[in-house]
Design a protein around this ligand. Structure first.
Ligand code: NAP
Length: 494
């Protein structure tokens, strides 16, 4: 009997640190950690102690005996990893930092952004009793994508936030400032004058542009706005999408596209007890959408969604998933992980419609060429990329889930090619590659919009390690002004 890591895995490696036999891989030190779709327990080595399940912040780890029909396939996914890899047990026990920053050498850090990367940075800093953290968030609500991005039908993933409910002693050294936009309410120079160091962890809230004629028509939405609408994001809660037609089209097939298609297909009764915005739930109750077509421009072997998320979707009793057998490659790939995913998709080629269920159609080798309509969308013209044949899909709602990109903040270095802040292990660099004293970055704006929530933990810890090393080396200038003086500068109630 062993424990099994299931769909909710957030990859923050809390389980790795507590496993007494080192049987959870990949670890943050191993290749493949940054791109792992989930972590895996070696069933041959697991001693069934349950320490990992206790440590998991998102309740993703289950004893094998407690697996359900929906979670049982994850036992195979965990075991499969060890058929392809032979990692040696590694022991990376969570430790108090070897060299603490004490009140004798106090350190005051400003963090811009209150999402996962900012929060993991704060958690790493607050382990040191001499560190005080001020976090600045432009919205009136904290937690970034944990609150406004994670799909409402994934409540266990949202639980990740509970670990940032710091104990009172840490809370006394942590201050969250809401409604403060850097550059408008405070400048980078003002932040630097009040802190030894500033970590920019404000994510990537912009989107890639859909470059086809008609992309500007009413009825075309981007994923950040659409997901923000059902997640009650203050900038997007009034989106009011037209859900009256029978079909919606989602462009892209990453996990965000899958989230959006799934929410549109979900029986609203399943969402009533979730954190979904009331107005979105009401709109979904009156939705006429019965079918969501998801367009992937490449073949299924290159789909961006992860296998755990695909499995989760295929296990949903209220949603039918269809795949055209002609979309699958003639030959099965050699890579076992790719083969497992194609086997799942192959099973969806024989789905029988369930009365009352909505349907998601996963189309591959299909790219949009034009959005049709005069003022509003009436359809979308698509091309099959493997045969250059065109067809039209009737719809009034198109959602482009084609990836995010970061935005520049005035005064901070920015690479317009990668839409990230240029850095080396989190130290922000000048155009000539020199680290800028006291300026750091973490999360999507550091490494680009890839990875799940827990990926930000190792990313943030890398940044914080560099910051602390620079402090110990005397490279950070003492703040010339106190944070208290800032209160007159911003308007936290806006
Ligand atoms: P993504 O995984 O990069 O997917 C973007 C998709 O858009 C790809 O299918 C891409 O196709 C397609 N695309 C890009 N430009 C396009 C164009 N011009 N025309 C048509 N298609 C285009 O990004 P994402 O879905 O936004 O997710 C971002 C990150 O968040 C990922 O790491 C994801 O795993 C993570 N996330 C995780 C969860 C979860 O674990 N539950 C949920 C949400 C997000 P190509 O591959 O052909 O470029």
């Amino acid at each position: 009997m062993a424990y099994v890591i299931t769909q909710n895995c957030c990859n923050d490696a809390s389980c790795v640190a507590v496993c007494p036999v080192g049987c959870i891989h990949p670890t943050p030190e191993e290749p493949g950690f940054a791109t792992a779709e989930l972590l895996h327990i070696d069933p041959a080595t697991c001693i069934d102690c349950g320490a990992c399940a206790d440590a998991c912040p998102v309740d993703a780890i289950r004893p094998e005996a407690a697996l359900t029909t929906a979670t049982r396939p994850f036992a195979e996914l965990n075991a499969d990893y060890y058929r392809q890899h032979t990692p040696t047990p590694v022991f990376t026990r969570a430790q108090r930092p070897a060299e603490l920053i004490t009140t004798a050498t106090p350190l005051r850090v400003g963090i811009v952004g209150s999402g996962a990367a900012g929060l993991y940075s704060a958690a790493a800093l607050l382990r040191h009793p001499g560190v005080k953290v001020d976090m600045y968030e432009k919205l009136s609500t904290p937690d970034g994508l944990i609150r406004h991005g994670v799909a409402p039908d994934h409540p266990a993933t949202k639980q990740v936030i509970d670990q940032f409910d710091f104990v009172p002693e840490k809370r006394s050294r942590f201050q969250l400032h809401l409604g403060v936009e850097i550059s408008t309410d405070l400048t980078h120079a003002e932040l630097l004058a009040r802190h030894h160091a500033v970590i920019y962890a404000y994510g990537a809230d912009n989107h890639n542009a859909l470059r086809v004629p008609g992309a500007e028509l009413r009825g075309v939405h981007y994923a950040n706005a659409f997901a923000g609408w059902y997640n009650d994001h203050p900038d997007h809660r009034h989106l009011d999408p037209d859900l009256s037609a029978r079909r919606a089209v989602v462009i892209g097939n990453g996990n965000v596209a899958l989230d959006i298609a799934r929410i549109l297909a979900t029986d609203p009764a399943r969402l009533t007890t979730t954190a979904i915005a009331d107005s979105a739930l009401e709109a979904l109750r009156h939705s006429g959408i019965e079918e969501i077509v998801m367009l992937g421009r490449r073949g299924p072997e290159h789909a961006s969604f992860t296998t755990p998320e695909l499995l989760g979707l295929l296990n949903r009793p209220d949603i039918d998933v269809f795949v055209n057998p002609a979309d699958l490659p003639a030959e099965r790939p050699a890579d076992p992980a790719a083969r497992a995913r194609l086997d799942l998709l192959a099973a969806a080629t024989t789905t029988s419609p369930t009365p009352g269920n909505k349907r998601i159609v996963l189309r591959f080798h299909t790219t949009p060429t034009r959005i049709l309509g005069t003022a509003a969308v009436t359809g979308i013209r698509v091309r099959r990329t493997d045969s250059n044949t065109d067809d039209t899909i009737d719809t009034t709602t198109v959602i482009a889930a084609i990836g995010f990109r970061g935005r520049p903040i005035p005064g901070i270095e920015f690479d317009p090619r990668t839409h990230t802040i240029p850095n080396s292990r989190g130290r922000v660099l000048t155009p000539t590659g020199t680290p800028i004293p006291g300026v750091y970055t973490a999360g999507w704006i550091k490494r680009g919009p890839v990875g799940v929530i827990g990926t930000n933990r190792t990313c943030a810890e890398e940044t914080v390690a560099c910051l602390l090393a620079d402090h110990r080396a005397g490279l950070l200038a003492d703040p010339s002004r106190s944070v208290g003086e800032l209160c007159a500068v911003w308007n936290p109630t806006k």
